[in-house]
Design a protein around this ligand. Structure first.
Ligand code: NAP
Length: 560
């Protein structure tokens, strides 16, 4: 639609600018370029597609959503043709899938790889966004869509002496493409969230010695990963239409077993049998066993104590087992981890666990990690210390809306958005899986597809209606933020010092960032907003014969 400017140094013009070529950015191309015919430019800081799965190549990296459902549903042929090899897909297979999708739909020509967006600015007269990249290039378009991922800004705590370490340092979220060989080496892993728990058993198989530094013991459930059979694949694919629909209407974007009922009203024998059944089947179903696991401390304790019992039976040394028993937060209020052989790894003679809960890491020395005056010598340190989640990847871009306001300033006390899609003061900008939407509490691909479909419908509507500028109203945003906070406050979720709360980043405001009301409910809300003429968004139409705009008096009918 829009002609590209070709003069060197000139600002190139498109219809839509997208930041990020993970699963969200890729589907945006398919939807906006191939269905709406828009000229879409995607900027991607990596030199390949896949987002999270491009960067997180650490040993043992695997998705905690089953492969047959951690996949796009938008194309019937794609979902029929692609064969998954395992129940839970490993990172190389997910990346191969992303690359296949990029090739199959010819997405790469719309992507500029190795190009990070450093700034984005809205021009109030022209109603356009202009982005600046780290190569100094500039591009502009009426719309900006951020598809930056929720867990992309990896972080290493500022330990004293870290630069003095003489060995190798890696972060799980920025793992070298060529891999790391730990054979015969002494390795330290700091952090026992999903990334630490997945990588520790695999690193232990290679390393001469492994020391794990644990601040908080996390709840981890066996994945029981295994090869998928032909029959499973065939039968699931035959039912995909129904199953995908159920996932879209579910709480977490997954087809799961129904809950038994409230924990304390369930016969203890029935409860125990079901806990065992789900434990032995593996995967994340454990916390969904009761309707009140996340609502009541007593109910939560039934599931939490069950897991602690499993830890005691799996770990032979009672002192180590006691350290690994999670006690610092209710189960399910931090991300439940799905592992392969995690607890049993601590039975190996060359694996040690050091608790830094009460005596934090003092410093990093040239030879290792120092805790309580003791130097744990190592040749390599793996930081599995997580991310500045949900807002970090947006805040590191200087995004300026109306009046020159920076998004990171607006969000200084915590993220504010309408539906996790739009932000007041940032017209014509949409976020895919932004804070205030279910995102990280859900199967990300289900949430990504819902957001991209919604945004595409909206852009089509704006074009048809001759609306040149749209923006979440401050009132709609305030009400949504309040609703998101109220929902979380009615649960145990804000009680954990989790990354959902921003608690892992010193100085970050403590706000429960995702919407916890469930994927199905959220989807209905978004559909209702669209059906009501995009209620909560303020629209401006182009004035005939001039580039300026006038504000309408509220919603424009969706059929306009
Ligand atoms: P994370 O869950 O934030 O875990 C970071 C770990 O580092 C925690 O154990 C944390 O301890 C520890 N840590 C942070 N600062 C520390 C310090 N100064 N001293 C000692 N320990 C410190 O990060 P992650 O494991 O990378 O996982 C992040 C999210 O990514 C997951 O929750 C999940 O949503 C996603 N993920 C998914 C998969 C999957 O699909 N299987 C795999 C990996 C990641 P505290 O707990 O005490 O803060």
């Amino acid at each position: 639609m829009t002609a590209e400017a070709t003069a060197p140094g000139a600002t190139r013009r498109y219809d839509v600018l997208v930041v990020g070529a993970g699963f969200a950015g890729m589907y945006l191309i398919r939807k906006l370029r191939d269905e709406l015919g828009l000229d879409v430019r995607v900027f991607e800081r990596g030199d390949g597609v896949g987002g999270t799965w491009f960067w997180n190549r650490y040993p043992g990296a695997r998705c905690d959503v089953e492969s047959l459902f951690y996949s796009y549903s938008f194309d019937a042929d794609l979902q029929r043709d692609w064969q998954w090899s395992e129940r839970y897909p490993a990172q190389p297979e997910i990346l191969a899938y992303a690359e296949h999708v990029a090739d199959r739909f010819d997405l790469r020509p719309s992507i500029e790889f190795g190009t990070a967006v450093t700034a984005a600015e809205f021009d109030e007269l022209e109603n356009t966004w202009t982005v600046t990249t780290d190569t100094g290039d500039r591009a502009s378009a009426p719309y900006l869509i951020t598809a930056v991922g929720c867990l992309s800004a990896w972080q290493i705590p500022s330990f004293e002496g870290i630069e003095s370490f003489a060995g190798e340092v890696h972060h799980t979220g920025d793992w070298p493409k060529e891999g790391v060989d730990f054979t015969g080496r002494r390795v330290a892993v700091i952090g026992t969230g999903s990334s630490g728990i997945q990588s520790i058993p695999v690193i232990a198989r290679q390393a001469a010695h492994l020391t794990v530094f644990q601040r908080t013991a996390h709840y981890s459930i066996p994945a029981r990963n295994r090869p998928l059979t032909e029959v499973e694949q065939r039968d699931t694919k035959a039912e995909y239409d129904v199953l995908r629909d159920l996932a879209r209407q579910s709480r977490a974007g997954l087809v799961t077993d129904a809950a038994l009922g409230a924990a304390l009203e369930t016969d203890p024998l029935v409860a125990r049998t079901e806990l065992e059944r789900r434990w032995w089947r593996g995967g994340a179903g454990l916390t969904g066993i009761f309707t009140d696991t996340i609502l009541s401390t007593e109910a939560n304790e039934v599931v939490a104590e069950f897991v602690r019992g499993k830890v005691r039976s799996l770990v032979r040394d009672p002192r180590t087992a006691a350290l690994l028993e999670p006690r610092d937060y209710p189960i399910g209020t931090k991300r439940l981890v799905i592992d392969s052989d995690y607890y049993a790894t601590f039975n190996l003679p060359h694996v040690d666990l050091v608790s830094v809960r009460d005596t934090p890491i003092e410093r990093i020395s040239p030879r290792g990690v120092v805790v309580d005056g003791h130097e744990y010598e190592c040749d390599a340190i793996v930081f599995a210390t997580g991310f500045d989640a949900m807002t970090g990847s947006l805040n590191r871009i200087a995004i300026r809306g109306t009046g020159g306001q920076l998004l990171r300033d607006k969000w200084a006390a915590g993220p504010q958005s309408y539906l996790g899609l739009g932000v007041s003061g940032f017209p014509n900008m949409f976020m895919v899986t932004g804070p205030g939407s279910p995102s990280v509490l859900s199967n990300m691909i289900v949430s990504i597809e819902q957001h991209v479909d919604w945004i595409a419908d909206y852009l089509g509507h704006l074009q048809r209606a001759g609306i040149v500028r749209t923006e979440a109203s401050p009132e709609a945003e305030r009400d949504w933020v309040e609703h998101v906070n109220d929902l979380a406050a009615g649960t145990l979720l804000p009680t954990a010092a989790s990354w959902y709360m921003g608690a892992n980043i010193p100085g970050k405001p403590r706000v429960y960032m995702p919407y916890c009301g469930g994927v199905g409910t959220y989807r209905d809300k978004c559909a209702q907003v669209a059906g009501d003429g995009y209620a909560g968004f303020v629209h401006h139409r182009a004035r005939r014969g001039s580039g300026s705009t006038v504000e309408n008096d509220g919603a424009v009918p969706a059929s306009a």
